[in-house]
Every structure is written in structure tokens, then in C-alpha cells.
Design a binder for this molecule. Structure first.
Ligand code: DGL
Length: 273
């Protein structure tokens, strides 16, 4: 039987597209089914209970489709519910924190690693714990950057205003003398040029998408469920958003460089809280 089940990818909005792009690049025969909860983005300032409820709703939605693995392409949801979701689902589930941690440790020369992310991701200390578990003598410092996700969701990636906001928000991190900075939110790679400019070209930025796609590929291959090359047949990728289709399409098509098969779907009940 040909393996045609899809890879499910979820995020609070367009951030998970940074992971989807890497999955498309590294695993070009895999189908993707993506849900972005743009209507309730940002998750980063929400309670753990809201993040749990919303994440479960996205997963329930995707379970209507035939899915062979799930990527929680949202650091905030990974930090709060990854373990629970793994216990509940009878599918391999990958988060984005462990892959980012591995990439940062292999990139850092000085052992001074910064993490930027949403308020929730930084507050949970999930990155700091995972980094220290791997290498106890690291110096780690976290900084929450709440203005960044709205910049991405409104597609303000190249404006002077965005540049000013990014530089001001990162000022405390610039003072920390780190050599490696983890983009601990999947939205942030879309702001990478501005973040690099603010931090300086000597700082290595870590985008966990690359490592996450590698881990996914290794897992599918170990389980013998990689999609085969069907003579150049392009896999179908489907995208769903709970928010406005037009802005999702603009960001998605520019980031992925292809037209999107996209539909708007509300998740019930839609708490806007
Ligand atoms: N993209 C998400 C993350 O990686 C969440 C951003 C948000 O909704 O606050 O944390």
C-alpha cells in the first residue's frame, strides 16, 4: 500500500509555516495538512488552560484527516502541552524545543546562549531546562519579545517601524554577550533579517525548523512510513486558518513561494477571551 497519510502541522498562526517550509524542502514527497489558529493568535500571552484547549481543538480538527505524525510547530504550545499530547495520541508527536536546543548547543562556541520567545515560553523555562539537561555548564538567558508576533501576523516584516521595534526589544539581549540566539518562537524566522541586524552579524541565529524537519524525517524513516517518490507526483498540501484568509495567503505564498490551497475554518467553541 502506498503511504499517503499526511504530516499534521499546527501553530497559533503563520509561524508554523517556517517549519512547513523546511518539511517541504527536506521531505519533498510528504503531504502536509496545516492548521493556523490566527483568530486567537497570539497564544504567547494566554493562560496554560487556553493554550491546552486551543491546541486540542486544532488536533481534533486535523484528526478528521488521515495523518501519520503531528508537528506542534509552536514553541508556546510545545512548552505547555507537548507531553500531554504525546500521551493522548496514538501518533508520533514532535515539538520544536528539543530540536532547537540541539542545534544551539552544536552552534555555540562560548557556551553563552540566549533564547527569545513568547512570554509563556520564556516564563515556563522550557528552553533553559532542556539546554542545561544537555549541557549543565551553559550560561542561558531568556527574553520575552511580545511585540514580534503581531508584526509577523500583520506582515510588517520590512518596515522601519518593525526595525525600530525589533532593535528596542532586543536591547537587553544585546548586553548579554551571547554568541548564539535561539529564535524560540516559530514566527521569528520571518523577522530574522531584522533580528540579525539588531544583534550583529557575529551572532548565530538558531531556527529550529531545520532540525525539526530532520527529526521528523528520521522518525518517519525509522518507522518505515516515509512517503515514496511517485514519479515526480507533487504532494498535496492543505492549509486551514481560523482567521482571515487573505492575510494568511499573502504571508504563506510569499514565505513558501507557491500558491496555497487554503480554507477558513472556525474551531468550536471559539473562545476569544
Ligand atoms: N508561533 C508560536 C510560538 O512558536 C506562538 C506565537 C504566539 O501565538 O504567541 O511560540
Amino acid at each position: 500500500m502506498i503511504e499517503r497519510r499526511a504530516i499534521g502541522i499546527i501553530d497559533s498562526g503563520v509561524g508554523g509555516l517556517t517549519v512547513a517550509r523546511e518539511v517541504m524542502r527536506q521531505l519533498p514527497h510528504e503531504e502536509i495538512i496545516y492548521f493556523g489558529d490566527n483568530a486567537r493568535c497570539p497564544y504567547g500571552s494566554r493562560t496554560a488552560e487556553e493554550i491546552r484547549t486551543f491546541t486540542n481543538q486544532m488536533i481534533q480538527f486535523l484528526l478528521q484527516y488521515s495523518m501519520k505524525a503531528l508537528v506542534i510547530a509552536c514553541n508556546t504550545a510545545t512548552a505547555v502541552v507537548l507531553d500531554e499530547v504525546r500521551e493522548q495520541l496514538d501518533l508520533p508527536v514532535i515539538g520544536v524545543i528539543e530540536p532547537g536546543v540541539r542545534a544551539a548547543i552544536s552552534a555555540s562556541r562560548t557556551g553563552r546562549i540566549g533564547i527569545i520567545g513568547t512570554e509563556t515560553t520564556i516564563r515556563t523555562g522550557a528552553y533553559q531546562r532542556a539546554l542545561k539537561r544537555e549541557k549543565p555548564d551553559l550560561y542561558t538567558v531568556g527574553l520575552a519579545c511580545p511585540p514580534f508576533v503581531p508584526l509577523v501576523e500583520h506582515f510588517m516584516l520590512q518596515t522601519d517601524e518593525a526595525q525600530k521595534i525589533v532593535a528596542e526589544t532586543l536591547a537587553p539581549m544585546q548586553a548579554e554577550d551571547v554568541d548564539t540566539l535561539i529564535l524560540g518562537c516559530t514566527h521569528y524566522p520571518l523577522l530574522a533579517p531584522l533580528i540579525q541586524q539588531a544583534m550583529g552579524s557575529h551572532i548565530t541565529l538558531i531556527n529550529s525548523a531545520d532540525e525539526t524537519a530532520k527529526e521528523l524525517g528520521a522518525l518517519l524513516s525509522a518507522q518505515g512510513i516515509l512517503a515514496p517518490d511517485e514519479g515526480g507526483r507533487a504532494p498535496r498540501h492543505r492549509f486551514f486558518t481560523s482567521g482571515e484568509e487573505e492575510i494568511f495567503r499573502q504571508i504563506g505564498e510569499s514565505w513558501l513561494g507557491r500558491p496555497l490551497e487554503l480554507e477558513r475554518r472556525e474551531l468550536e467553541p471559539l473562545y476569544l477571551g
